[in-house]
Each structure stands twice: as structure tokens, then as C-alpha cells.
Design a protein around this ligand. Structure first.
Ligand code: 13P
Length: 210
């Protein structure tokens, strides 16, 4: 996709996430890898009202070179995109149920949501590390996120929200949606003795769908 097509898609997907309640107010931010740098949602912007021409552009060294001032979470996005060269985009949300799990789980946990459904395993993967709490925008979060991202497509920031990567922007958004719905299911079924997928079923999904 061209940069302009990616800008348009970012606006369209941001509006869709916002309209369906995955993001409220000015919460959340999204980055996309370009051949010559990165696109990032501007700080204090609502995902529901992004403007293609105002989206922040950063060069390959992460310097701000165009559009509005980028998200304060640039360190979070940089941590994931440098750890995962195959990732084309990162979505960070404060979506309610995933954030709730991030308030219940202990930092250091690696699977706070059980593999209840195939699409959770296919989109999010085997592990979902829980990262200790950092103040939003704190550069100190970068090493912890970078380390976790080497072996996980998605993670939960304690008491803050999910950070999800994908091969493409669309993949990252699909995975963020799947994570939120899986968190909702996990909370709905908490203590009810729900059947999770077996280890063999998880392996079968991962070997079939990658
Ligand atoms: P920005 O408005 O700077 O992107 O921050 C929003 C957010 O979600 C902080 O975690």
C-alpha cells in the first residue's frame, strides 16, 4: 500500500474502533511502518476523528518530520517495531476488558487469558506477557516492552491496556479486537469452569495458521 492509502486506512480503522467502543476520548494510538519511517497517530487525538494529512510522520531514526506532534507513546511503538522486524503496525488501546485483565494479572505472567477460542490463538498467539506499570509516555517502559515483543505478538501493560502488533495494519487491528473480545469472554467465564483448548489443539492451530 502507498503511504497515502495507509493514512486513509488508519483514519478508517481508527474511526471504526472508536465507533465500536474499543477506544474512548483520546485514548489509544496506532503506528504503521513505512519504507522510509513510520506513521503515528498524533498525541491527544481521538481515534474517531483522525485526519489523514495531520497524522504524524517519523523518519527511520524516529525523528518527527511531518504532521502533528506524535503520540507520547512513541517509545512503546518503537520498542515493538524494532523487536519485531516482521511487524508492520502496532495498536495500543485502553479497551475495557483487556485493561481489566491487566489490572487483575500479576506483572510477569505470560498467559493471563486462557486459550478459549481458535481466533485468540491464531491472532494473538500462545503468550500475552504482562508488563509492569509505567506512567503513560514514560521512556523507561521501552526495554521491558522490547524484550517481551521479541517472543510475543501482543502484551498487556499492567493497569493501562493492551499493545498489539500485526504483519499489516489490518492484522494488528484484527488482533487487538480479538484480544479485547477474548478478555471479555475470559471475564464472563471466570470461575465457571469453562473448557479451554487443549495444548494439542493450540499446537494444531499454530502449525496450521502460523
Ligand atoms: P497519546 O494521546 O499521546 O497517543 O496518548 C494516549 C494514550 O493512549 C496513552 O497511553
Amino acid at each position: 500500500m502507498t503511504e497515502n492509502e495507509l493514512r486513509d486506512l488508519l483514519c478508517e480503522l481508527g474511526a471504526s474502533l472508536f465507533a465500536r467502543g474499543y477506544s474512548v476520548g483520546s485514548a489509544g494510538n496506532i503506528s504503521v511502518r513505512l519504507p522510509d519511517g513510520y506513521l503515528m497517530t498524533p498525541t491527544n487525538s481521538s481515534l474517531g476523528r483522525l485526519k489523514a494529512e495531520r497524522i504524524s510522520k517519523l523518519d527511520a531514526g524516529w525523528a518527527h518530520v511531518g504532521g502533528d506532534k506524535p503520540s507520547k507513546e512513541v517509545f512503546m511503538h518503537r520498542a515493538v517495531l524494532t523487536a519485531r522486524p516482521d511487524a508492520g503496525a502496532v495498536v495500543h488501546l485502553h479497551s475495557t476488558h483487556a485493561t481489566a485483565i491487566g489490572c487483575l494479572a500479576e506483572p510477569g505472567e505470560s498467559a493471563p487469558i486462557p486459550p478459549l477460542t481458535p481466533y485468540f490463538v491464531m491472532r494473538v498467539g500462545r503468550s500475552l506477557p504482562v508488563i509492569p506499570y509505567y506512567r503513560p509516555g514514560d521512556a523507561a517502559m521501552e526495554p521491558a516492552i522490547h524484550e517481551a515483543a521479541k517472543s510475543a505478538r501482543a502484551m498487556l501493560l499492567a493497569n493501562h491496556g493492551p499493545v498489539v502488533s500485526g504483519k499489516t495494519l489490518m492484522d494488528a487491528v484484527y488482533a487487538a479486537e480479538e484480544l479485547e473480545e477474548s478478555a471479555r469472554l475470559a471475564l464472563m467465564l471466570r470461575g465457571a469452569g469453562a473448557r479451554a483448548l487443549t495444548g494439542a489443539q493450540v499446537e494444531d492451530l499454530l502449525s496450521t495458521f502460523g
